[in-house]
Design a protein around this ligand. Structure first.
Ligand code: SF4
Length: 104
């Protein structure tokens, strides 16, 4: 192991740590909605596995979702359409709202 690799490991951040560095301007508009009638019949529930922000959670075998931590990847709607039951209606937050990524 090289010295630079050791340094990288010492300074590596978990996904949760990195998500904690993001800024959000909360859009109270419901920019993601889930059709529960379609959702309840979904067997694989892929939305649970693709979102690093864990917007989707299982509660008593039902999907619950909290869009406050959404980082706008859009993978949930892709997997819901391709593998799930197409229950998610996904939009970006209104202009200027939502996540801000800090670069540098
Ligand atoms: S992938 Fe879509 S249909 Fe399946 S559980 Fe998630 S939101 Fe519901």
């Amino acid at each position: 192991m090289t010295e630079s690799t050791k340094t990288d490991e010492n300074h590596s951040l978990s996904v949760e740590d990195k998500l904690g560095l993001l800024d959000f301007d909360w859009d109270e508009n419901q920019f993601i909605t889930v059709d529960h009638d379609l959702c309840v019949k979904c067997n694989d529930k892929p939305c649970l596995y693709v979102c690093p922000s864990k917007v989707y959670q299982l509660n008593d075998d039902k999907i619950v979702y909290n869009i406050e931590g959404c980082i706008e990847l859009g993978m949930c709607t892709v997997v819901c359409d391709k593998i799930g039951n197409g229950a998610i209606t996904w939009n970006y937050p209104r202009g200027g709202k939502g996540v801000s990524f800090n670069y540098g």
